[in-house]
Design a protein around this ligand. Structure first.
Ligand code: NAD
Length: 476
C-alpha cells in the first residue's frame, strides 16, 4: 500500500533520454504517482554512468549510449512504439528531432527546454539570432503546421520544468489573484485570447520570472570549478546564448544592442551579448531587491506571445517578460569565473546534491507588475530541508523542476492527442494541484518595490522617471 496519490495510470513503456540531476530526481516521483508504470517498463538511455546507482536502486534498466544524429533511430526504435512515452531530460540532443521521432512512433513526449544537437548553442558560424531560443521555439512550433495529415497527433509537451514550465501556471493564478484583490470582475478565462485580455485589463506591463537560490555547499567551490544546483552544462549553454526577452508594447525604445527577428510572432527581442553577462533588477519576497542574470528562456517568449492582444494584424498589447536569475552564490562565482575565461568551460564541474548545508532556499516565482497595486510576486519558497524530506535524489532547485516534469507527464497521459503544446496552453489548475505538495510555501505577496527604488544614489543615472517598468530602468 502506498500513501502517495496516484494521479493517473499508464500502461505503456517509458524511455528517459538523459539521466542527470533532473532525471534522477523525477524517477522516484514517477514511480510514486503514476500507476501501472513498473520499473521493468522503464529504460534510461544516457551518455554516462553517473546515474547508474540511482537506476539500480529502483530496478530500472540503464544503457550508456550517447544519442547522436546518426544513431537516435536505431537506439530508440526498439524501445519506443505506439502508446509509449519519451522523456527527454538530456543536454546535447535535438528536441525537435526527438519530437518528430516520438510523433512517428505514436509516443507521448515531454522535455524541459528546446535543445539543439551538441554545439548548437555556441556555434559561432551562425548568426546570434539563429542561436536564440526565439529561433528554436519557432522551429519547434513550425512542426504544428498541417502537412495534409489532419489526424490527431500524440501530445508533445515542450519546455515543462520549473521555468520554463511551472511558472506559466503560477502566472495564471497570479493574474486571477490580482483581479480578485483589485476588484476587477472576471470570469475565469478559458482561451488564450481571454487570458491575454485579462492581463491587458489589469494593466500588467511586465512579468519577471524572479528567482533567488540561497543553497550553500558544504564543500566550497574551488578555483577552476563550476558549481551549480542543477545542470552545469545546461546553465553554461543557456548563459552563453544571447540574452532574450519578450518585448512589451509599453516599451518606448529598443536597447541600443537590441535586435528584432524578421519572421515569426515578433514577440521577443535579443541582445547582442550573452545572458550570463546581462543583469536585471527584480524583487522576490524573501530576497528583496536583487540583481539577476537575464538568461534566455523559452517562457520569456511564450508568455509574451500567449498574452498578446491583437486588433486584426496590429499588436495592441503585450507584456515584457524575462527571466531574472540569481543562482546560488557558488554559481554566481562560477559564472564570473567562466566569463573571465572568455566563456570557456572550467575543467571541473559539480552539481550539488548531498553536499548542501541546511537552511538554503530556492525562491522561484513570477513578479507581475504595472497594475493598480504595483507588483505582485507569486511562487514557491522551497528549502533544501523541505526538499530532502519530500523526495530522494532532489535539492530545492531540482524538486521544483521534477515535480513539474511529473505534472506535465500526467497531463500528457490524460490528454494524449493534443499535438505540440507549450506550458501556457495546458491546464494550470491540474498542474498546480499535482505540484503543490512538493513546492514548500506557495506565496503571493504585493510590494511597493519598482526598479527606480533607491536609484541614482552613488552616481547620476539615465533613467525614465515617468514609467518605472521600462526595460531601460530594469537593466543594470
Ligand atoms: P545534467 O547535466 O545533470 O544531465 C544531463 C544528462 O544528459 C546526463 O545524464 C548526460 O549523460 C545526458 N546526455 C548528455 N549527452 C547526451 C547524449 N548525447 N545522449 C543521451 N544523453 C546525453 O542535466 P539536468 O540538470 O538533469 O538537466 C537536464 C535538462 O533539463 C537540461 O537540458 C536542462 O537545461 C534542463 N532543465 C530545465 C529546467 C526547467 O526548469 N525547465 C530546469 C533544470 C534543467
Amino acid at each position: 500500500m502506498t500513501s502517495h496519490t496516484i494521479h493517473t495510470q499508464f500502461n505503456g513503456r517509458l524511455v528517459f533520454v538523459g539521466f542527470g540531476s533532473i532525471g534522477r530526481g523525477v524517477l522516484p516521483l514517477i514511480l510514486r504517482h503514476i500507476g501501472g508504470l513498473t520499473p521493468q517498463r522503464i529504460t534510461i538511455v544516457t551518455a554516462d554512468e553517473a546515474g547508474l546507482g540511482c537506476a539500480e536502486a529502483f530496478g530500472v534498466r540503464h544503457i550508456v549510449q550517447p544519442i547522436k544524429p546518426d544513431n537516435y533511430r536505431s537506439v530508440l526504435e526498439p524501445l519506443l512504439g505506439l502508446g509509449d512515452f519519451l522523456l527527454n531530460l538530456s543536454v546535447d540532443v535535438s528536441s525537435i528531432e526527438l519530437v518528430k521521432f516520438a510523433r512517428e512512433r505514436g509516443a507521448l513526449y515531454l522535455d524541459t527546454c528546446i535543445e539543439p544537437w551538441a554545439g548548437g548553442y555556441v556555434d559561432t558560424a551562425v548568426d546570434p539570432a539563429a542561436r536564440s531560443n526565439y529561433a528554436m521555439r519557432h522551429a519547434a512550433l513550425e512542426m504544428r503546421k498541417p502537412d495534409g495529415d489532419t489526424s490527431p497527433r500524440p501530445t508533445a509537451v515542450l519546455t515543462h520544468g520549473a521555468n520554463p514550465g511551472l511558472v506559466s501556471h503560477f502566472l495564471k493564478q497570479a493574474l486571477l489573484n490580482i483581479a480578485r484583490d483589485t476588484g476587477v470582475e472576471v470570469s475565469e478565462p478559458s482561451t488564450r485570447e481571454e487570458w491575454a485580455a485579462l492581463s491587458h485589463k489589469l494593466g500588467v506591463k511586465v512579468v519577471h520570472v524572479a528567482e533567488r537560490d540561497t543553497q550553500v555547499p558544504s564543500i566550497p567551490k574551488k578555483v577552476g570549478e563550476f558549481v551549480n544546483t542543477w545542470s552545469v552544462d545546461g546553465f553554461i549553454s543557456e548563459g552563453s546564448q544571447p540574452a532574450e526577452l519578450g518585448w512589451g508594447t509599453h516599451e518606448k525604445s529598443l536597447p541600443a544592442d537590441g535586435r528584432t527577428h524578421a519572421y515569426g510572432s515578433g514577440a521577443a527581442i535579443y541582445l547582442m551579448q550573452p545572458g550570463a553577462a546581462t543583469r536585471v533588477r527584480t524583487w522576490a519576497p524573501k530576497a528583496g531587491h536583487i540583481h539577476g542574470f537575464l538568461i534566455t528562456h523559452s517562457e520569456a517568449i511564450s508568455i509574451a506571445d500567449y498574452y498578446t492582444v491583437r486588433d486584426g494584424d496590429t499588436v495592441v498589447y503585450r507584456p515584457t517578460c524575462h527571466y531574472s536569475y540569481h543562482p546560488s552564490d557558488s554559481a554566481v562565482m562560477s559564472i564570473h569565473e567562466f566569463a573571465g575565461r572568455n566563456w570557456r568551460d572550467q575543467p571541473e564541474k559539480r552539481i550539488l546534491l548531498n553536499e548542501i548545508l541546511p537552511g538554503g532556499m530556492d525562491e522561484l516565482g513570477v513578479l507581475v507588475a504595472g497594475h493598480s497595486r504595483n507588483a505582485y510576486w507569486y511562487g514557491s519558497q522551497l528549502t533544501i530541508d523541505e526538499a530532502r524530506a519530500l523526495a530522494p535524489y532532489n535539492n530545492a532547485t531540482s524538486l521544483q523542476v521534477t515535480v513539474a516534469v511529473l505534472s506535465g507527464m500526467v497531463w500528457a497521459i490524460e490528454n494524449p492527442q493534443r499535438g505540440i503544446v507549450e506550458p501556457d496552453e495546458m491546464d494550470y489548475k491540474r498542474n498546480l494541484e499535482i505540484c503543490a505538495p512538493y513546492l514548500g510555501a506557495v506565496v503571493g505577496e504585493y510590494t511597493d518595490w519598482n526598479p527606480l527604488c533607491d536609484r541614482a544614489r552613488l552616481f547620476p543615472e539615465d533613467i525614465d522617471l515617468t514609467d518605472p517598468w521600462q526595460f531601460k530602468n530594469v537593466r543594470v
